[in-house]
Design a protein around this ligand. Structure first.
Ligand SMILES: Cc1cc2nc3c(=O)[nH]c(=O)nc-3n(C[C@H](O)[C@H](O)[C@H](O)COP(=O)(O)O)c2cc1C
Length: 224
């Protein structure tokens, strides 16, 4: 299994979120020996600005026009990011909540890769057709407060709904969230929430959906 770990926290060794995602990776590696992990560390990745030539190229694609030659070089940076995104079987996103939503670096990455003709397209009826099929995703998250269902802050959580919406839009619908919360109220609450999230990460990595390689079509089977 080839996993893309998309890191959207700049806190490296101090990160609450990465403690959870590391537990997921460690447990996945413990139960299967075919795991490779590619990393996109968004605070050290040098994403291209979404301006000028690549904006023009995006609009050319949206209106089903060929990309103008003068926009090609800028567009190739976008294509490289998309190729790396599409090359894997599964995704692990490590993203804390920032101001009720996702950190800007993750939004920036999404703005780069979610492109017409690559991750989605419109059919002749003008309906959206997702183009990313059969991939799984885990979102490891941590929140300073408590946004669990039924809590007073639940309605302020735009983080999980946004990620489910945008990745669902392109076809990633097998998405699990592991949310460590609350992180920033007391140290005891942080430790308890982290321990619970790590246990959930371990259980998910060892569950059949992740631990068991998906069945491949049997090439020797004859069509009847
Ligand atoms: C810029 C910024 C904005 C934040 N906004 C929120 C927020 O809106 N709600 C919340 O509960 N916590 C917020 N936090 C706290 C983080 O979500 C929390 O500390 C999280 O565990 C940090 O994860 P990390 O250590 O992996 O970076 C914010 C933190 C930062 C740095």
């Amino acid at each position: 299994m080839r996993l893309l770990h998309i890191i959207a926290t700049p806190r490296t060794g101090h990160s609450n979120t990465l403690r959870v995602s590391e537990a997921f990776i460690d447990n996945l590696r413990a139960v299967r020996d075919d795991v490779t992990v590619d990393v996109v560390d968004l605070y050290h990745h040098g994403l291209p600005d979404i301006v000028g030539d690549n904006i023009d190229a995006k609009y050319e694609l949206m209106f089903a026009q060929p990309i103008d030659k003068s926009h090609g070089e800028s567009w190739r940076q976008i294509e490289t990011l998309i190729a790396d995104f599409l090359a894997v079987d599964a995704y692990l996103i490590s993203a804390p909540m920032w101001n009720f939503s996702i950190p800007y670096a993750l939004k920036y990455y999404i703005d780069c890769i979610v492109q017409p003709g690559y991750l989605f397209r419109y059919n002749e009826m003008g309906q959206v057709v997702p183009m990313v099929n059969g991939k799984k995703m885990v979102c490891a998250t941590s929140y300073g407060g408590d946004y669990s269902p039924g809590s007073p802050m639940h309605a302020y959580n735009f983080h999980e709904p946004y990620l489910r919406s945008i990745f669902g839009f392109v076809g990633v619908i097998d998405v699990e969230f592991i949310s460590a919360q609350p992180m920033d109220i007391t140290p005891d609450l942080r430790e308890a929430a982290t321990t619970a999230a790590i246990a959930r990460a371990a259980a998910l990595a060892r569950s059949p959906g992740w631990a068991v390689p998906s069945a491949r079509p049997d090439a020797s089977a004859s069509a009847v």
